[in-house]
Design a protein around this ligand. Structure first.
Ligand code: C2E
Ligand code: CA
Ligand code: CA
Ligand code: CA
Length: 275
C-alpha cells in the first residue's frame, strides 16, 4: 500500500479525521457531563469467601451518554484522566458512592476506585473527609482501591496522601494485583489493608496449575502481611471453590452478581436480611 504513494495516504485522511473529530466531540461532551448529571454508579457485590455472605459493593462508574447510550469506564476514564475531567468526576463519584452507602445496612461496605490523576490533586484526603462528613458515612465502611500505576511515580507526595487517607479511618486496597511490573515492591511502599488479585489469574485457575500456585502464594503473602485478599472475576462455582481452597478471604465476580444500579440493591439486602 505504501508504494501507491500519496493517493493512498490521502484516502486514509477522511477516516483519521472522523476518528479525531469523534474524539474531540467526546472530549467536549465529557467536559460538560458532570454538570449535566450524566454519570451513574453501578454496584457490584463483594462476598466473604468462607461464608459467602454479602460484605459490600464496589462502585463502578458508567456514562449515560445522550447519543451513545450507557458507556463502560473503559470508553471514557482514560480520556477523563488526560483532560483533567477526572478531578470533578472523581469527586462526584466519591460523594455519590458515600451518599448511597450511607443508606445501606450498617455492616455493608463500599469500595471506590481512585485514579492516578486524583493523586496529583493536593486536597484528596480533605475531599474524602468532606464526602464522609456530608453523607454521615462511618470511615470504616469506606475502602479506596488504587492500582499499581498510582505508585509508579512512587514519590513522597503519593505515599503521604495514602497515609493521609488512611488516617481518616478508611481502608486501602491494592487493585488488579499482579498485572504491573513490580507488584511486590509496591507492597513494601505502603501497608495496604487488602490485595485484589486480578481476574487474569482467577480465570485461568481451573486449567493452569501455575495460576493456582500464584493465587495461593499471593493469598499466603497477604495473610502473612496482615492483608485480606479478594479474588476478582469469579465466574464459576469451580473457580469459587479453588480460590477459597487456596486462601482468598473474599470473592467478587459474576457468579455472585454483576454491577447493578443502586435502585436494585434492596433485593440483595432482603436476601441477606440475616446481616
Ligand atoms: P476494576 O476496578 O478492576 O473493576 C472490575 C471490573 O471487572 C469491572 O469492569 C467489572 O464489571 C468487571 N468484572 C467484575 N466481575 C467480573 C467477572 O466475573 N467477569 C468479567 N469478565 N468481568 C468482571 P468495569 O465496570 O467495566 O470497569 C473497568 C475498570 O474501569 C475498573 O476495573 C476500574 O479500573 C475502572 N473504573 C470503574 N469505575 C471507576 C471509577 O469510579 N473510578 C475510576 N477511577 N476508575 C473506575
Ligand atoms: Ca477496582
Ligand atoms: Ca480490579
Ligand atoms: Ca481490572
Amino acid at each position: 500500500a505504501k508504494m501507491e504513494g500519496r493517493g493512498t495516504c490521502r484516502s486514509f485522511e477522511p477516516g483519521m479525521d472522523a476518528r479525531l473529530q469523534e474524539r474531540r466531540l467526546l472530549e467536549a461532551e465529557l467536559a460538560l457531563a458532570v454538570a449535566q448529571d450524566q454519570f451513574v454508579l453501578h454496584y457490584q457485590p463483594l462476598h466473604d469467601a468462607k461464608t459467602s455472605k454479602l460484605t459490600g459493593f464496589e462502585a463502578l462508574v458508567r456514562w449515560n451518554h445522550p447519543r451513545l447510550g450507557l458507556l463502560p469506564p473503559g470508553e471514557f476514564i482514560q480520556l477523563a484522566e488526560e483532560t483533567g475531567v477526572i478531578e470533578g468526576l472523581g469527586e462526584w463519584i466519591m460523594r455519590q458512592a458515600c451518599a448511597d452507602a450511607a443508606s445501606w445496612p450498617q455492616p455493608v461496605k463500599i469500595a471506590v476506585n481512585l485514579s492516578p490523576a486524583q493523586f496529583k490533586q493536593q486536597g484528596l484526603p480533605l475531599q474524602v473527609a468532606s464526602a464522609l462528613a456530608t453523607s454521615n458515612l462511618l470511615p470504616s465502611r469506606l475502602e479506596l482501591e488504587i492500582t499499581e500505576s498510582v505508585l509508579l511515580a512512587h514519590n513522597e507526595h503519593t505515599i503521604q496522601t495514602l497515609h493521609g487517607l488512611r488516617d481518616l479511618g478508611v481502608s486501602i486496597a491494592m487493585d488488579d494485583f499482579g498485572t504491573g511490573y513490580s507488584s511486590l515492591s509496591y507492597l513494601r511502599s505502603f501497608p495496604f489493608d487488602r490485595i485484589k488479585i486480578d481476574r487474569s489469574f482467577v480465570s485461568l485457575m481451573c486449567e493452569s496449575s501455575e495460576s493456582r500456585a500464584i493465587v495461593k502464594a499471593v493469598a499466603e503473602l497477604g495473610s502473612t502481611l496482615g492483608m485480606t485478599t479478594t479474588a476478582e472475576g469469579v465466574e464459576t462455582q469451580d473457580q469459587y471453590l479453588l480460590v477459597r481452597e487456596n486462601g482468598c478471604t473474599d470473592v467478587q465476580g459474576w457468579l455472585f452478581g454483576r454491577p447493578m444500579p443502586a435502585s436494585q440493591l434492596h433485593v440483595l439486602f432482603e436476601q441477606h436480611a440475616a446481616l
